[in-house]
Design a protein around this ligand. Structure first.
Ligand code: HEM
Length: 415
């Protein structure tokens, strides 16, 4: 048995703003010095090498997705834990993300209806229309904030439309969904928590009404189809429909926002890649895969051991929590030559930025399509772009796991 090392003994604090801004040096140390290490902050064993992370993802019977509700913040969100937080769906309602087979198969099958490549392809004109609306005139301004003016509104508008929320309620929906998914920052006041809780309760009531209405008046939108499936085959409980909608908000918003922002930031760091994409826009598909590898927005996911296991001589018991760091696996030099370089010509199909195997991202086609449209939109709008402030001034959202800047001003510049 090896001696247990913990992250704090290595002097590493996952929730330190510096670690959030620059996680890759931190991950490299983990891969080299401590490929398995205990994190007190997530009460879990951290795995950072590609082969280990992929092994865990590909063996869902040994590594369960059911979350342990032990009060620790396995989600990686920094913030106040001393206040009561309202929830859109009951915390114990099953979702595909936190279930194993056979529940996972049942839930995924029903929620997959709207996420096939064919269905998603039909959304392209609307996604392009929104990108052009958000970006019109951007290049003539001194500064355009990619986060609040493009990467934030795009996914939430698309999800609202996918769910069948009427367009005149779009602004209200955004306010509700922001409250539902916002992490509680460490300095958030009691009054702000109360205001957020009020919005979350309003949102839950609204969604419950939408579900109830669709029982009597069927609709051909996402919520309508879930309700119809529920009526025909009694496959989903009302709470599971609510939890499914909530999951889309949690899984599909900030992830996409951050990927778009991280990708634009990367194009300012690597002007040659920006030139390459301008000269060869057909490289966009490869480019998005490379952005998912280079700076994907989900840093890690969690699994729980269903059988004893051993990694690097460290024995782990049934029930132990694993924190598998996708973002570190994607920069593992054992797999990727020059992992810190952006290269649109790497072999396809390897990165773990969207997960792998049975839990691979359900929204993968949508996430890719939105990111492609947003990036091509930015490239078309600007003759060339750069950051409007020094990169050191870019602050990150207070969420270690869904990592991305909170503000990303760009401006036109000489090529
Ligand atoms: C760039 C954007 C996105 C990234 C980086 C991302 C990443 C991921 C990852 C890594 C997982 C696997 C989690 C695990 O195995 O524990 C996942 C699962 C999932 N994602 Fe995404 N996602 C993105 C966008 C979306 C969108 C747009 C939606 C839907 C609107 C979505 C819905 C889901 C759902 C429902 C799951 C659970 C799948 C399952 O457990 O079977 N995601 N995503």
């Amino acid at each position: 048995m090896v001696q247990t090392v913990t992250l704090s003994q290595l002097g590493l604090d996952m929730f330190d703003p510096q670690a959030i801004a620059h996680p890759h040096q931190f991950y490299q140390r983990l891969r080299d010095e401590a490929p398995i290490i205990f994190s007190e902050q997530t009460q879990g064993w951290v795995l950072s090498r590609y082969e280990d992370v992929r092994h865990v993802l590909r063996n869902p019977d040994l590594f369960s997705s059911v979350r342990i509700a032990d009060g620790t913040d396995g989600a990686g969100i920094i913030g106040r834990t001393d206040v009561v937080r309202e929830q859109v769906a009951p915390p114990d309602a099953l979702t595909m993300l936190n279930s194993d087979r056979p529940d996972h198969t049942r839930l995924r099958k029903l929620l997959s209806l709207d996420f096939t490549p064919n269905k998603i392809n039909r959304m392209l004109p609307r996604i392009e229309e929104l990108c052009s609306e958000f970006l019109t005139g951007a290049a003539s301004r001194e500064s355009f904030d990619v986060v609040t003016e493009l990467a934030d509104p795009l996914p939430v508008t698309i999800i609202a439309e996918l769910l069948g929320i009427p367009s005149d309620q779009g602004a209200q929906f955004k306010q509700w969904s922001d409250a539902a998914i916002a992490p509680l920052a460490p300095d958030v006041s009691d009054a702000e928590v109360a205001a957020q809780n009020k919005l979350i309760v309003e949102f839950r009531t609204y969604l419950q009404e939408q579900i109830a209405q669709r029982h009597s008046h069927p609709t051909d939108d996402f919520i309508g189809r879930l309700v119809a499936a529920q009526d025909e085959e009694s496959k989903l409980s009302d709470d599971e429909v609510l939890a499914g909608v909530n999951l889309l908000l949690l899984a599909g918003n900030e992830t996409t926002t951050n990927l778009i922002s991280n990708a634009v930031l990367a194009l300012t760091r690597f002007p040659d890649r920006q030139r390459e994409l301008r000269a060869h826009p057909e490289l966009i598909t490869n480019a998005v895969e490379e952005f998912l590898r280079y700076d994907g927005s989900v840093q890690f996911t969690i699994r729980t051991l269903t059988k004893p296991a051993e990694f690097y001589g460290q024995e782990l018991e049934v029930g132990a929590r694993l924190v598998i760091v996708l973002a570190s696996a994607n920069r593992d030099e054992r797999i990727y030559p020059n992992p810190d370089q952006l290269d649109f010509h790497r072999p396809k199909g390897k990165h773990l930025g969207l997960g792998d195997w049975i839990h691979i991202c359900l929204g993968q086609f949508l996430a890719r399509m939105e990111t492609r449209a947003a990036l091509l939109g930015v490239v078309e709008e600007y003759p060339f772009f750069e950051l409007a402030v020094p990169e050191a001034e870019i602050l990150y959202r207070p969420n270690f796991n869904l990592r991305g800047p909170s503000y990303l001003p760009i401006r036109a510049c000489a090529r």
